[in-house]
Design a protein around this ligand. Structure first.
Ligand code: 0X9
Ligand code: ZN
Length: 755
């Protein structure tokens, strides 16, 4: 403690007025410093106190004291012959730092932060704090400024190590100021990615392969304005010069700029601005995207309506294949993934099917080669609309985080491998099996691809190099095997940059070799004895009929079969409008004639399968996705029914489904199939169709060692094998490794012993 000589005089002292410190100013201590002087006597003390702008010492007396002074007062003290020692040069600076620290500490870096909405500064502070806590995972940079000069930031998150070759997935929030759930959701995503890295295996693996880039607030001025002035402001805050303000940033991108669904009226909420990329906010994000050649996917988060929208949004034209099929299938997967978390349904559809909107961000990023979506977050109705209760921030974040992981999963590899024919699980007796792989280059190209196959008889995998068929398609045949055998396989390869490729990512795919007999084929070209109507049917329109359908936006133009034109359809006439001849007023039931799914004694082992092609559309009208279509099977002539599937999938396309009958009912000779198209919600459009009903018997009539196929494995088969072996016939190459040798002989002995 410093000796306080005149402590008693403390309160009596005339405190220097804070003449030069204006408490109402923004930064009142700017230009002030803290100094220490050593005062010799009372007279000098009085003079010093007169000169100081503020006392810093608790006690004041002869001896050392601390004062707050500006530059002029500092000079005056020196003029008195004192030698002021500066303790703090920039007083305002430490106040600012303290305020920042207070803000920082106010941030609960836990999920309670997501129990409320937060203003602009706090959202940016949260991102900065994530970087503080996870410096090896996250970084924040300022990528530009809004029209009023506020920072637009980007947070980049990826696992440690060289990230230069990793695909980049981009998420942004808050193009629209009032959609508060969008910056909250992308901030939640950033938080979870950082916090779960190293503890959650999936997040860890994903972040080791991809870079996530997040711009939480594209429209800072608008967002601030919704907090200070007008909660439901949408646009940015440009002064349009005619007394109106704001450009709709999501109409300002250079993609069909100024087209349908955008306005040239500056007062409009969808005002597109004077020209494409007229706004610093869209320019900032555009340049951020263009600067990154590894960027492969983008989601622009909005609210509300719970939608997953893919391009194009400006016109009713489909993006080219294979993109269109990808968007349809993957958007459905995203919807299913999101629904699996809290049961909330986000409708997957093309942007235009919501309404036309020109100059929107995801259309533009798609035009730059990215796969892009608009996701409209919770709620799904105008009430509460933009005013989503804060209690829904966390569940919205949780369900969308799962969607984000699905996207990262899909784009994590520099080359995306897929089976264009779907997953192969059956091969046919004595026929080579074609394995086709589609390789889509994201950030690198294929150097080589192989199929690795392990047949049932041998221990190891053999390598079959795939041929490049062009267009990213690769192809190879697995040699023919006899019925009853099986093999496992996976695809592996390398990119030109040396990255490993594998499909599936882990494990192998099992394939059984079978024979197949089609015992029923009903392509609906003639009526084999179907029944329309059942007890409980109340549909007043859209009743099932068999005809050549007339295409609408909800119903097929063609049947499914390559030959013929007819199918069963819920009134296949197109009618006046979409809602004119769809199913209305309840259910309409279609029941097949009896068919036989029993397995004859000709088979050594076999199973009956039932397959059909179906069409279902329920995603249009005032209350879409409110109905369903059960498909049922009976094995007792229609007395009792078991559900095969409950269709809600809006493929708006023919989908072929195959079911193993024994998974549902014991196969019998008196089976029936029933399809119930129902309209329980008058606000929805329901259209359905069914075609190509088949019964397939799959199995084997012979054991694989029964080479002469006479129904028994015996010495004659053994000698038949020796003949093949001696002749060098490829049928003797049981381990399909290309050479016929002792291991094939022992493989035959194994099969033989197994018979
Ligand atoms: O209109 C928009 O910009 C987005 N909806 S919002 O209510 N958040 O403003 C949707 C744009 C999606 N694209 C199309 N509908 N074409
Ligand atoms: Zn929006």
């Amino acid at each position: 403690m410093r000796p306080i000589i005149a402590s008693a005089a403390l309160t009596a002292l005339s405190m220097p007025a804070l003449a030069q410190i204006d408490g109402d100013a923004q930064r009142p201590y700017e230009g002030f410093r803290i100094v220490q002087v050593v005062v010799q006597d009372q007279d000098q003390l009085d003079a010093v106190l007169d000169e100081a702008d503020m006392l810093w010492s608790h006690g004041v007396g002869v001896g050392p004291i601390e004062l707050v002074v500006d530059d002029a007062s500092l000079e005056a003290l020196r003029d008195m012959g004192l030698a002021p020692l500066t303790l703090v040069e920039d007083l305002q600076g430490i106040i600012d730092a303290e305020r920042a620290e207070i803000e920082r500490r106010n941030i609960q870096l836990d999920l309670t932060w997501f129990e409320n909405y937060h203003p602009y500064d706090q959202i940016h502070a949260y991102h900065n704090e994530l970087v503080n806590d996870f410096p090896n995972l996250a970084s924040v940079s300022t990528i530009g400024q809004s029209i009023e000069g506020r920072d637009i930031i980007a947070t980049e998150i990826t696992g440690p190590g060289d990230a230069s070759g990793r695909p980049v997935v981009f998420f942004n929030g808050c193009q629209h100021a009032r959609e508060w759930i969008s910056p909250a959701t992308v901030t939640y995503v950033a938080d979870r990615l950082c916090n779960l890295y190293g503890t959650d295996a999936r997040v860890t693996q994903l972040l080791d392969k991809v870079v996530v880039k997040i711009v939480p607030i594209v429209n800072p001025d608008g967002y601030v304005y919704t907090w200070t002035n007008n909660r439901f402001w949408r646009k940015n805050r440009r002064d349009n010069g005619n007394g109106t303000r704001g450009v709709d940033l999501n109409r300002n991108w250079d993609i069909n700029f100024g087209g349908a669904g955008a306005s040239n009226d500056p007062n409009s909420d969808i005002y597109h601005g004077p020209f494409a990329f007229s706004e610093p906010e869209t320019v900032t994000v555009r340049d951020y995207v263009l600067a990154d050649e590894n960027m492969v996917a983008h989601v622009d988060f909005h609210s509300y309506s719970q939608l997953i929208l893919y391009p194009w949004g400006y016109a009713d034209i489909r993006v080219p294949e294979p993109d269109y099929s990808f968007f349809v299938a993957f958007s459905q997967l995203l919807s299913d993934t999101i629904r699996s978390v809290h049961g909330e349904f986000y409708t997957p559809q093309q942007g235009i099917d919501l309404y036309p909107a020109s100059g929107v961000a995801p259309d533009w990023t798609y035009s730059q080669g990215l796969k892009s979506w608009t996701i409209e977050l919770r709620p799904n109705s105008a009430n509460p609309g933009f005013d989503l209760p804060p209690g829904e921030i966390l569940p919205t974040g949780e369900e969308n985080f799962e969607g984000v992981l699905e996207i990262l999963d899909r784009f994590k590899d520099p080359v995306l491998l897929s089976f264009p024919d779907g997953r192969i699980d059956t091969a046919f007796d004595l026929e080579p099996t074609a394995i086709r792989v589609q390789a889509d280059s994201l950030t690198d190209d294929v150097e080589s691809l192989n199929v690795r196959v392990r047949p049932d008889v041998s221990g190891g995998f053999i390598t079959l190099p795939m041929s490049d068929m062009g267009g990213g398609l690769y192809h190879v045949y697995v040699p023919a095997l006899s019925c009853g055998r099986s093999f496992e396989f996976f695809v592996e390869g390398e990119t030109t940059g040396g990255a490993a490729l594998r499909l599936p990512a882990v494990g192998d795919l099992g394939v059984s070799v079978i024979s197949q007999e089609i015992t029923l084929e009903d392509d609906a070209e003639t009526d084999l004895g179907w029944t329309v109507g059942a007890q409980g049917d109340t549909a007043s329109s859209g009743v099932w009929n068999r005809m050549n359908p007339q295409g609408t936006a909800a119903q097929p133009e063609d049947d499914n079969s390559s030959a013929g034109v007819n199918c069963w359809v819920t009134d296949g006439a197109s009618g006046g409008g979409l809602g004119a001849r769809d199913v209305d007023g309840g259910a309409t039931t279609l029941t097949s004639p009896a068919f036989d799914a029993s397995v004859s004694g000709d088979w050594l082992f076999a199973d009956a399968f039932l397959s059909y092609a179906r069409w279902y559309s329920n995603d249009q009208g005032a209350s879409p996705n409110s109905d369903n279509m059960p498909v049922l099977v009976s094995n007792d002539g229609g007395n009792s029914w078991i559900e095969l599937e409950d269709v809600t999938e809006n493929a708006n396309a023919w989908v072929e489904k195959t079911f193993r009958v024994a998974d549902f009912v014991a196969p019998s000779a008196d089976m029936r199939l029933r399809v119930v198209a129902r309209d329980d919600d008058p606000g929805s459009i329901v259209e359905a169709a069914i075609d190509d009903i088949r019964v397939l018997i799959r199995g084997c009539a012979f054991h694989p060692s029964d080479l002469n196929r006479d129904g028994t494995t015996d010495a004659s088969d053994f000698f038949a094998y020796l003949d093949l072996f001696a002749a060098g016939d490829s049928g003797a190459d049981l381990d399909i490794n290309g050479t016929i040798d002792a291991s094939d002989f022992f493989a035959f002995l194994d099969l033989f012993a197994d018979a």
